[in-house]
Design a protein around this ligand. Structure first.
Ligand SMILES: *Cc1c(COP(=O)(O)O)cnc(C)c1O
Length: 395
């Protein structure tokens, strides 16, 4: 198509395209919320060669690929120990055990989180108590303060969507009441608060390598990070049936090991992880530039909005006055969106009968949704999504 033809068919824009570069007319396309096949296709040959090498060596469980991945992850985060685990939920359970949380205790966590956060607390025999969140989706620390009792053992800040909570406020609350901090940093590998990595604020940090996570493997995977040498020994025992380096059982543990094939894949992904985070932040910057100021649409803080935070945009969660209509409009245009947790904050799962103080989260449950954000999206994909969101708000 000639330049002139493009110019003639270009529709009037009601708002300037502040992100520049992109053409104003984009053909209809499919932008799925997440592209699982692309995860493999991106570096197919390299993955196949690595997996074949592990299989040929017969190195399935607790082999050198796992040890190497643990060393590299610890170095990347600047911590003493990283311990590969079967999934992020096991990491949370082990972290709670390292913190001494058990029966008779309460643990405060936000209601706006994946059920795994609360389930880990329940699984170690303690009671999850649910607090509120604020407009940036993060835990509202003052609402947590109001829930502290004599039985509260720990607070679990959830570093949701690749952003950190107000960790100064979390630490102040923990100090005031002698609480342990157990971070659910499963969505935030690489996020920082005042230069400090998510996962390094409490007793131990947790990560998930579920395929759609920022560092995703080809199945389930997770890790725990910890600085204390004795706690690291305990965590290694807990993940392997309580067995120590001497082969003897020192405590009751679980089978929570990260398998060696996934560890080998994760080593390749970790080597490119900085690049992948930069791409996520660049996409968030496009959304921020093009969609801020639309009526009835609340965006998360942009990548450069807060000098105290480095957000990694695991998700791009927005709030809309007309959420369901916006989702239907986008679906019709080929754009996939998702509402986290099936639209329910944890306290809204009535069958669980949990204690909660979460009015903001409750109202937000009718408003929140996520736009596609992952490194496999092209700039044109992202601008196409923006075109459609703008069209909805114009219409
Ligand atoms: C992904 C995730 C987890 C852990 O999930 P797994 O599937 O067990 O790896 C925990 N908490 C949050 C907030 C998560 O998003």
């Amino acid at each position: 198509m000639s330049e002139a033809l493009v110019a003639q068919t270009r529709p009037e824009r009601t708002r300037p395209d502040r992100a520049g570069a992109a053409p104003a007319t984009r053909r209809r396309r499919e932008v799925p919320f997440f592209n699982y096949p692309a995860l493999f296709a991106e570096h197919r040959e390299e993955y196949l060669a690595t997996i074949a090498d592990v299989l040929a060596r017969g190195a399935y469980i607790m082999q050198r690929d796992l040890a190497d991945f643990e060393t590299e992850l610890a170095a990347w985060l600047g911590v003493r120990h990283a311990i590969g685990l079967a999934d992020g939920t096991v990491a949370l359970k082990i972290a709670l055990r390292l913190a001494g949380v058990g029966p008779g205790y309460e643990v405060i966590l936000p209601s706006h989180t994946f059920i795994a956060t609360a389930a880990a607390v329940h699984d170690v025999g303690a009671e999850p108590v649910l607090c509120d969140c604020g407009p940036d989706s993060m835990m509202d620390v003052e609402s947590a303060r109001a829930l502290v009792t004599a039985n509260t053992a720990a607070i679990m800040p959830v570093q949701l969507n690749g952003r950190t909570c107000d960790m100064d406020a979390v630490q102040a609350l923990a100090r005031d009441h002698g609480l342990k901090i157990v971070e659910d940093s499963c969505q935030a590998l690489g996020a920082r608060y005042r230069g400090r990595h998510a996962g390094t604020f409490g007793v131990a940090g947790s990560f998930s390598f579920y395929p759609a996570k920022t560092l995703g493997c080809f199945g389930d995977g997770g890790a725990l990070i910890v600085d204390d040498d004795d706690l690291a020994v305990m965590a290694r025992e807990l993940r392997d049936h309580g067995r120590g380096a001497d082969g003897l059982v020192h405590r009751f543990g679980v089978n929570g090991r990260l398998d060696n094939v996934q560890a080998a894949v994760l080593r390749l992904k970790l080597a490119r992880y900085d690049e992948s985070l930069a791409r996520r932040r660049a996409i968030a910057a496009i959304y921020d530039a093009r969609l801020s100021g639309l009526d009835g649409l609340l965006l998360p803080p942009g990548p450069d909005a807060d000098p105290d935070r480095f957000d990694v945009f695991q998700n791009y969660e927005v709030q809309s006055d007309r959420r369901d209509a916006l989702r239907a409009f986008l679906a019709d245009k080929g754009v996939g969106t998702i509402v986290q947790w099936g639209g329910c904050m944890i306290h809204q799962f009535k069958d669980l009968g949990l204690r909660a103080r979460a009015p903001y989260a409750e109202a937000m449950s009718a408003r929140y949704m996520m736009l596609p954000l992952h490194p496999m999206l092209s700039d044109d994909d992202v601008h196409y999504v923006c075109d459609q969101v703008e069209a909805f708000h114009r219409g």
